[in-house]
Design a protein around this ligand. Structure first.
Ligand SMILES: [Zn+2]
Length: 252
Protein backbone atom coordinates (compact mmCIF):
# COMPACT_ATOMS: atom_id res chain seq x y z
CA UNK A 1 0.00 0.00 0.00
CA UNK A 2 1.45 3.37 -0.99
CA UNK A 3 1.78 5.59 2.04
CA UNK A 4 4.72 7.71 1.02
CA UNK A 5 2.99 10.92 2.06
CA UNK A 6 2.43 9.85 5.65
CA UNK A 7 5.09 11.99 7.25
CA UNK A 8 5.02 14.91 9.61
CA UNK A 9 6.19 17.10 6.74
CA UNK A 10 3.02 16.49 4.76
CA UNK A 11 0.88 18.45 7.18
CA UNK A 12 3.37 21.28 7.27
CA UNK A 13 3.15 21.64 3.52
CA UNK A 14 -0.63 21.58 3.86
CA UNK A 15 -0.49 24.32 6.43
CA UNK A 16 1.64 26.48 4.19
CA UNK A 17 -0.80 25.88 1.36
CA UNK A 18 -3.70 26.97 3.52
CA UNK A 19 -1.81 30.07 4.56
CA UNK A 20 -1.10 31.04 0.96
CA UNK A 21 -4.79 30.67 0.11
CA UNK A 22 -5.76 32.77 3.12
CA UNK A 23 -3.30 35.50 2.18
CA UNK A 24 -4.56 35.43 -1.41
CA UNK A 25 -8.11 35.88 -0.12
CA UNK A 26 -7.03 38.86 1.96
CA UNK A 27 -5.30 40.40 -1.06
CA UNK A 28 -8.41 39.84 -3.17
CA UNK A 29 -10.57 41.40 -0.50
CA UNK A 30 -8.40 44.50 -0.47
CA UNK A 31 -8.79 44.95 -4.22
CA UNK A 32 -12.38 43.90 -4.80
CA UNK A 33 -14.23 43.63 -1.50
CA UNK A 34 -17.66 42.95 -2.98
CA UNK A 35 -16.48 40.08 -5.18
CA UNK A 36 -14.37 38.55 -2.46
CA UNK A 37 -17.24 38.72 0.03
CA UNK A 38 -19.58 37.04 -2.44
CA UNK A 39 -17.19 34.22 -3.27
CA UNK A 40 -16.35 33.70 0.41
CA UNK A 41 -20.06 33.36 1.20
CA UNK A 42 -20.56 30.92 -1.66
CA UNK A 43 -17.60 28.83 -0.55
CA UNK A 44 -18.74 28.70 3.07
CA UNK A 45 -22.28 27.36 3.36
CA UNK A 46 -22.28 27.66 7.16
CA UNK A 47 -20.73 30.18 9.53
CA UNK A 48 -18.51 27.50 11.12
CA UNK A 49 -14.81 28.23 11.49
CA UNK A 50 -12.36 26.04 9.56
CA UNK A 51 -11.03 23.09 11.55
CA UNK A 52 -7.73 23.81 13.26
CA UNK A 53 -4.76 21.48 12.63
CA UNK A 54 -3.01 20.20 15.76
CA UNK A 55 0.28 18.30 15.85
CA UNK A 56 0.70 17.80 19.60
CA UNK A 57 -0.77 18.77 22.96
CA UNK A 58 0.41 21.10 25.67
CA UNK A 59 4.13 20.75 26.41
CA UNK A 60 3.74 21.22 30.15
CA UNK A 61 2.71 17.71 31.25
CA UNK A 62 4.39 14.33 30.95
CA UNK A 63 1.64 12.84 28.83
CA UNK A 64 1.65 11.15 25.43
CA UNK A 65 -1.23 10.20 23.13
CA UNK A 66 -0.80 6.91 21.29
CA UNK A 67 -2.81 6.84 18.06
CA UNK A 68 -3.52 3.91 15.74
CA UNK A 69 -4.69 4.50 12.17
CA UNK A 70 -6.30 2.50 9.36
CA UNK A 71 -7.12 -1.11 10.40
CA UNK A 72 -6.28 -3.17 7.35
CA UNK A 73 -4.77 -6.07 9.35
CA UNK A 74 -7.35 -7.47 11.73
CA UNK A 75 -5.04 -9.85 13.61
CA UNK A 76 -2.62 -6.96 14.23
CA UNK A 77 -5.56 -4.80 15.39
CA UNK A 78 -6.58 -7.53 17.85
CA UNK A 79 -3.04 -7.87 19.16
CA UNK A 80 -2.80 -4.09 19.69
CA UNK A 81 -6.11 -3.99 21.59
CA UNK A 82 -5.08 -6.94 23.79
CA UNK A 83 -1.80 -5.23 24.64
CA UNK A 84 -3.41 -1.86 25.43
CA UNK A 85 -5.94 -3.54 27.74
CA UNK A 86 -3.31 -5.77 29.40
CA UNK A 87 -1.05 -2.75 29.97
CA UNK A 88 -3.97 -0.51 31.00
CA UNK A 89 -2.74 2.11 28.50
CA UNK A 90 -5.06 4.69 26.95
CA UNK A 91 -4.99 5.20 23.19
CA UNK A 92 -7.14 6.52 20.34
CA UNK A 93 -8.04 4.81 17.07
CA UNK A 94 -8.58 6.37 13.64
CA UNK A 95 -9.80 3.49 11.47
CA UNK A 96 -11.29 3.84 7.99
CA UNK A 97 -14.95 2.82 7.74
CA UNK A 98 -14.14 0.20 5.10
CA UNK A 99 -12.19 -1.77 7.72
CA UNK A 100 -14.70 -1.12 10.51
CA UNK A 101 -17.51 -2.48 8.36
CA UNK A 102 -15.48 -5.64 7.73
CA UNK A 103 -14.88 -6.32 11.43
CA UNK A 104 -17.86 -4.86 13.32
CA UNK A 105 -17.50 -7.06 16.42
CA UNK A 106 -13.89 -6.08 16.89
CA UNK A 107 -14.50 -2.34 16.49
CA UNK A 108 -17.51 -2.42 18.79
CA UNK A 109 -15.24 -3.99 21.39
CA UNK A 110 -12.66 -1.22 20.88
CA UNK A 111 -15.32 1.40 21.60
CA UNK A 112 -16.83 -0.54 24.52
CA UNK A 113 -13.35 -0.89 26.04
CA UNK A 114 -13.19 2.89 26.32
CA UNK A 115 -10.92 3.77 23.40
CA UNK A 116 -12.12 6.86 21.51
CA UNK A 117 -12.53 6.48 17.75
CA UNK A 118 -11.96 9.42 15.43
CA UNK A 119 -12.56 10.07 11.72
CA UNK A 120 -9.92 8.94 9.20
CA UNK A 121 -12.30 9.07 6.17
CA UNK A 122 -14.31 6.30 4.57
CA UNK A 123 -11.59 4.71 2.41
CA UNK A 124 -8.38 6.69 2.83
CA UNK A 125 -8.01 9.05 -0.16
CA UNK A 126 -5.61 12.00 -0.18
CA UNK A 127 -8.22 14.66 0.61
CA UNK A 128 -6.17 17.43 -1.00
CA UNK A 129 -6.91 15.86 -4.40
CA UNK A 130 -10.69 15.99 -3.94
CA UNK A 131 -13.47 18.55 -4.45
CA UNK A 132 -15.15 20.05 -1.39
CA UNK A 133 -18.17 17.87 -2.06
CA UNK A 134 -16.03 14.72 -2.17
CA UNK A 135 -14.19 15.70 1.03
CA UNK A 136 -17.56 16.16 2.77
CA UNK A 137 -18.73 12.79 1.50
CA UNK A 138 -15.61 11.03 2.85
CA UNK A 139 -16.06 12.55 6.29
CA UNK A 140 -19.84 12.02 6.49
CA UNK A 141 -19.83 8.46 5.13
CA UNK A 142 -17.10 7.47 7.59
CA UNK A 143 -19.04 8.96 10.49
CA UNK A 144 -22.31 7.29 9.50
CA UNK A 145 -20.80 3.85 8.87
CA UNK A 146 -18.55 3.79 11.94
CA UNK A 147 -21.22 5.10 14.33
CA UNK A 148 -23.66 2.50 13.04
CA UNK A 149 -21.14 -0.22 13.95
CA UNK A 150 -19.93 1.07 17.32
CA UNK A 151 -23.36 2.29 18.44
CA UNK A 152 -22.09 5.56 19.89
CA UNK A 153 -20.75 8.91 18.67
CA UNK A 154 -17.24 9.16 17.32
CA UNK A 155 -15.00 11.94 18.58
CA UNK A 156 -15.20 14.99 16.31
CA UNK A 157 -11.53 14.90 15.36
CA UNK A 158 -10.42 14.37 11.76
CA UNK A 159 -7.12 12.72 10.98
CA UNK A 160 -6.68 13.30 7.26
CA UNK A 161 -5.08 10.34 5.41
CA UNK A 162 -1.31 10.82 4.89
CA UNK A 163 -1.61 13.83 7.19
CA UNK A 164 -2.46 15.78 4.03
CA UNK A 165 -4.80 18.75 4.24
CA UNK A 166 -5.39 22.18 2.75
CA UNK A 167 -7.77 25.11 3.18
CA UNK A 168 -10.66 23.23 1.53
CA UNK A 169 -10.25 20.25 3.86
CA UNK A 170 -10.13 22.56 6.90
CA UNK A 171 -13.21 24.49 5.76
CA UNK A 172 -15.29 21.42 4.93
CA UNK A 173 -14.32 19.67 8.18
CA UNK A 174 -15.27 22.81 10.12
CA UNK A 175 -18.63 23.01 8.36
CA UNK A 176 -19.33 19.41 9.45
CA UNK A 177 -18.67 20.20 13.11
CA UNK A 178 -15.00 19.18 13.30
CA UNK A 179 -13.14 21.88 15.18
CA UNK A 180 -9.91 19.90 15.21
CA UNK A 181 -7.79 18.02 12.69
CA UNK A 182 -4.99 15.99 14.25
CA UNK A 183 -1.68 15.02 12.65
CA UNK A 184 1.27 14.02 14.84
CA UNK A 185 4.75 15.06 15.94
CA UNK A 186 6.13 11.51 16.37
CA UNK A 187 5.84 9.19 13.34
CA UNK A 188 6.75 5.61 14.25
CA UNK A 189 7.51 4.78 10.62
CA UNK A 190 5.57 1.50 10.90
CA UNK A 191 3.80 2.28 7.63
CA UNK A 192 7.10 3.11 5.92
CA UNK A 193 8.66 -0.33 6.28
CA UNK A 194 10.61 0.39 9.48
CA UNK A 195 11.95 -2.64 11.35
CA UNK A 196 10.64 -3.56 14.79
CA UNK A 197 13.71 -1.93 16.37
CA UNK A 198 13.20 1.16 14.20
CA UNK A 199 9.53 1.47 15.12
CA UNK A 200 10.37 1.13 18.83
CA UNK A 201 13.11 3.79 18.58
CA UNK A 202 10.98 6.19 16.50
CA UNK A 203 7.88 5.80 18.65
CA UNK A 204 9.86 6.57 21.80
CA UNK A 205 11.18 9.93 20.46
CA UNK A 206 8.19 11.80 21.89
CA UNK A 207 8.19 14.33 24.70
CA UNK A 208 5.55 16.17 26.72
CA UNK A 209 2.26 16.35 24.86
CA UNK A 210 3.43 14.28 21.91
CA UNK A 211 1.11 12.48 19.50
CA UNK A 212 2.59 9.16 18.37
CA UNK A 213 1.46 7.81 14.99
CA UNK A 214 1.19 4.04 14.63
CA UNK A 215 -1.02 1.81 12.51
CA UNK A 216 -3.34 -1.18 12.88
CA UNK A 217 -1.97 -3.23 10.02
CA UNK A 218 1.85 -3.43 9.80
CA UNK A 219 3.07 -6.77 11.15
CA UNK A 220 5.86 -5.34 13.34
CA UNK A 221 3.77 -2.82 15.30
CA UNK A 222 1.94 -5.05 17.82
CA UNK A 223 5.14 -6.76 18.92
CA UNK A 224 6.87 -3.53 19.99
CA UNK A 225 3.86 -1.85 21.61
CA UNK A 226 4.50 -3.20 25.12
CA UNK A 227 8.10 -1.91 24.90
CA UNK A 228 6.91 1.51 23.74
CA UNK A 229 4.48 1.71 26.65
CA UNK A 230 7.15 0.58 29.13
CA UNK A 231 9.67 3.04 27.67
CA UNK A 232 7.45 6.06 28.22
CA UNK A 233 6.39 4.90 31.68
CA UNK A 234 10.05 4.47 32.65
CA UNK A 235 10.46 8.19 31.85
CA UNK A 236 7.50 9.11 34.03
CA UNK A 237 4.96 9.57 31.24
CA UNK A 238 1.24 8.76 31.37
CA UNK A 239 -0.95 7.95 28.39
CA UNK A 240 -3.96 10.08 27.55
CA UNK A 241 -6.69 9.83 24.93
CA UNK A 242 -6.86 12.43 22.17
CA UNK A 243 -9.84 14.21 23.80
CA UNK A 244 -7.88 14.38 27.06
CA UNK A 245 -4.80 15.70 25.24
CA UNK A 246 -6.86 18.36 23.45
CA UNK A 247 -8.61 19.38 26.66
CA UNK A 248 -5.21 19.90 28.30
CA UNK A 249 -4.12 21.93 25.32
CA UNK A 250 -7.08 24.29 25.57
CA UNK A 251 -6.73 24.82 29.31
CA UNK A 252 -2.96 25.15 29.13
ZN1 LIG B 1 -4.07 6.20 7.34
Amino acid sequence: MARAGASAGEGVRGWRGARVVALAAIALGALTPATAATSAAAATPTAASPAHMVYHGSRDKRVVALTFDDGWGLSQCRHILRTLIAEDAKATFFPNAVYVRNAPHFWRRVAESGFPIGNHTYDHPDLTGLSARAVASQIRRDETAVERVIGRPMIKVLRPPYGAWDATVARVAGSLGYRTMLDWDVPSGDDQGASAAGIRRNALRGGRGSVVLMHCGPSATPGVLADVIAGYRARGFHFVTVPELLAGRRSG
